[in-house]
Design a binder for this molecule. Structure first.
Ligand SMILES: [Cu+2]
Length: 109
């Protein structure tokens, strides 16, 4: 099993164009986590727009999307999330890019 995991990691490494080994290692770890579940990003809620069903979040780097820290608007997978948070809340959330839209899959305080 250990050998297979190494081959898998090596194959992933070959598919990455980034030259630096440290960067590759980072991406392999990110890919592995993405395959098994959520990669949580830290953020602070700026605005909850229940009419538009969107949340504005000042977020840290989103590793699974290679996105730097910024403030932006996200859609939510489940409208119930709009009731879970209010402006000012510090949260951790999982966001995925689906058909070009950034959609929060999970959010927790
Ligand atoms: Cu962003």
């Amino acid at each position: 099993m250990k050998v297979r995991a190494l081959i898998f990691a090596a194959t992933l490494g070959l598919t990455l164009s980034h030259a630096a080994f440290a960067d590759d290692a980072h991406h392999i770890k990110t890919d592995a986590r993405a395959a098994t579940g959520a990669v949580l990003t830290e953020g602070e809620i700026r605005k909850v727009d229940k009419d538009a069903k969107k949340i504005t979040v000042k977020h840290g780097p989103i590793k699974n999307l290679d996105m730097p820290a910024m403030t932006m608007v996200f859609q939510v997978k489940d409208q119930a999330m709009l009731e879970q948070v209010v402006a000012g809340d510090k949260v951790k959330f999982d966001v995925e890019k689906i058909n070009g839209a950034f959609i929060i899959q999970r959010i927790e305080k």
